[in-house]
Design a binder for this molecule. Structure first.
Ligand code: ADP
Length: 558
């Protein structure tokens, strides 16, 4: 059946009777969509976002091609068949747009369940588009099927379009809230482009169909304006390509794209003849050229900055590797040196102790003090060497822990008993207090825990000139924690000192005035070992001269 009022088209789409806006609205939008769709796809085929953009441009082109054919052809059977393409491509466009925006925002594929939802939504259109539910007849007089369109069918896929718009808006708002500043700009560009396209495409077709069906418009000519939304969307996509490299396209390719767009817009002069279309083409050409030029210029600037940052980053990386190598060498050196120092210092310490105890005969009273000094110095040196060795073990990841259950209360009490004499020598009182509800059983390396507590109490003795040191064990059964507080009335610490003392080689400003021989490694080692056993050490002080409180916290075994 042939519509009798119209002439046969040449090359399927050209007729003298077609309004000129038809070609102007359909051809550039379609060519632009396909150009950018394929360009993005072939620039990076693995990127899901690029595949989705190509699918969107293909669906859009299917719709525009069907529309061009429907406007210009006269074979009723052929035209009726085209009607299913409208429904299917519009539905796919709606769903693909949601999919595209999701992947753009989340940088990953949608979940399986959402894919099923998409499929369920699309299925009715696929199943019924070639049935009477879509169109039930054809009007040979005006050569279209608007009078015979199925109301529910059209309402279904149009509603789907509106749902997609709302869905996309919700995704965009959520994405925008959690995005960084660069991503926010990209979301605004792609979001406005996509929503503008969907609103103009779906809403205009919907309104035009409604008006035509109700006899308020003679034909669906107005629908043609709806396609400019795609031009806007693709312009936004081009900005994302060139400026933000969203689709991971190379820079040279991006510049080629801008050039191709300018040529494309200019080529419209070849088939535009009315004043309106020539004017429109000139405005588009000017806009494309100016935007393209600005984009390329800003991108060039960015590339230069990026290159500078990259070269700085690579220099830094080299320096970093070198530093790491040196740090490793230093640790190895410290480890070797410490091992070699350990045996002689143990011998010196041992023999000096035996001498001072009188194992080699009565020591003349004049010799007693010098020998005691040797004993003290040798002990301090042995402690420092042990600290160096511990640091190199920790850094090499070689520290071994023998975990077992033990009673922390008893251990702390024993250590206090051992150190009381040392404190008394400095006229300090060392008190032990406990208030525990549970057994105080801890799972850890008993030797290391002793070393940590010994170190903390020893520090309090070192950094306190007069007053008392109180060691207080208490527990929190509910949270399965046990605490050892070591409080002193010593030199105290400023907030800046506290912030640094757990770092390697860090010593407080005032530390040297009281105790000159520290290494600044004790707390670093203690903290690392405590952490390895699931605990923490924290330091508190109300300020210099106000005393200090160190708290060791370990998990309880219940
Ligand atoms: P060292 O005592 O060898 O300097 P540490 O790592 O044990 O090294 O301690 C680091 C620094 O923390 C000390 O130099 C000192 O400034 C500060 N500090 C540690 N314990 C106390 C304390 N009880 N009172 C005041 N300052 C302390």
């Amino acid at each position: 059946m042939i519509c009798y009022l119209f002439e046969e088209p040449s090359f399927l789409i050209f007729t003298a009777e077609a309004p000129e806006l038809l070609y102007y609205s359909h051809i550039p939008a379609t060519v632009l969509a396909l150009l950018i769709g394929f360009f993005v796809y072939f620039s990076n085929r693995k990127h899901l976002l690029n595949k989705l953009l190509l699918l969107i441009s293909l669906c859009f082109s299917a719709w525009t091609t069907a529309s061009l054919l429907a406007w210009t052809n006269t074979n009723a059977d052929f035209l009726a068949a085209l009607w299913s393409i409208f429904a299917i491509s519009a539905t796919f466009l709606s769903i693909l747009s949601v999919y595209f925006i999701y992947v753009f925002l989340e940088k990953r594929d949608i979940g399986f369940k959402t894919k099923i939802v998409f499929l369920v939504l699309i299925l009715p259109v696929l199943l019924f588009s070639h049935t009477d539910l879509n169109i039930s007849g054809f009007n040979l007089a005006n050569c279209d099927a608007f009078d015979h369109e199925g109301l529910y069918f059209k309402a279904y896929y149009t509603t789907l379009g509106f749902i997609s718009m709302a869905w996309i808006l919700a995704l965009l708002i959520r994405g925008y809230k959690k995005a960084g500043s660069s991503m926010k700009k990209q979301i605004l560009l792609i979001g406005s482009g996509m929503e503008f396209f969907l609103i103009s495409f779906i809403t205009t077709t919907f309104i035009v169909t409604y008006l035509v069906n109700n006899g308020l418009l003679p034909d669906s000519r107005l629908e043609m304006y709806s396609l400019f939304g795609m031009v806007i969307f693709m312009t936004m996509v081009s900005i994302l390509i060139v400026k933000f490299n969203t689709f991971r396209v190379g820079m040279v390719a991006s510049q080629a794209l801008v050039l191709a767009l300018i040529i494309l817009v200019a080529s419209q002069y070849t088939y535009t003849s009315t004043k309106t279309t020539v004017g429109l083409t000139t405005i588009s050409l000017l806009l494309t050229t100016v935007i393209g030029f600005l984009l390329i210029r800003s991108v060039k600037k960015e590339i230069k900055q990026r290159e500078k940052i990259e070269s700085l980053a690579s220099t830094l990386e080299i320096a970093n590797v070198r530093l790491q190598q040196m740090d490793k060498l230093k640790s190895e050196f410290v480890s070797i040196a410490s091992h070699q120092l350990r045996s002689p210092i143990t011998a010196i310490s041992g023999y000096a102790s035996l001498m001072s105890e009188g194992s080699y005969g009565e020591v003349p009273s004049k010799m007693k003090e010098p020998i005691e000094r040797i004993v003290q110095s040798a002990r301090m040196m042995a402690t420092s060497i042990e600290d160096y060795l511990n640091v190199s073990r920790i850094e090499a990841g070689n520290m071994k822990y023998n975990f077992a259950d033990f009673n922390l209360n008893d251990e702390v009490e024993h250590i206090c008993d051992d150190l009381r004499a040392e404190a008394l020598k400095r006229s300090l009182v060392l008190l032990f207090r406990k208030r525990v509800d549970g057994q105080g059983i801890v799972n850890g390396d008993i030797g290391k825990v002793q070393q940590i507590i010994h170190n903390l109490i020893n520090n309090s003795i070192k950094y306190t000139q007069k007053g008392a040191i109180t060691v207080y064990v208490h527990d929190d059964i509910k949270n399965k924690r046990v605490f050892v507080d070591i409080l002193d009335t010593g030199i105290g610490m400023s907030a800046e000192t506290i912030a640094g003392i757990f770092q390697k080689f860090e010593r407080g400003d005032k530390a040297n005035t009281v105790n000159v021989t520290g290494t600044g490694l004790g707390l670093y080692v203690a903290q690392k070992m405590t952490q390895a056993m699931g605990g923490t050490i924290s330091a508190h002080s109300d300020g210099e001269g106000q005393g200090s409180r160190f708290t060791l916290q370990l998990p309880l075994v219940m």
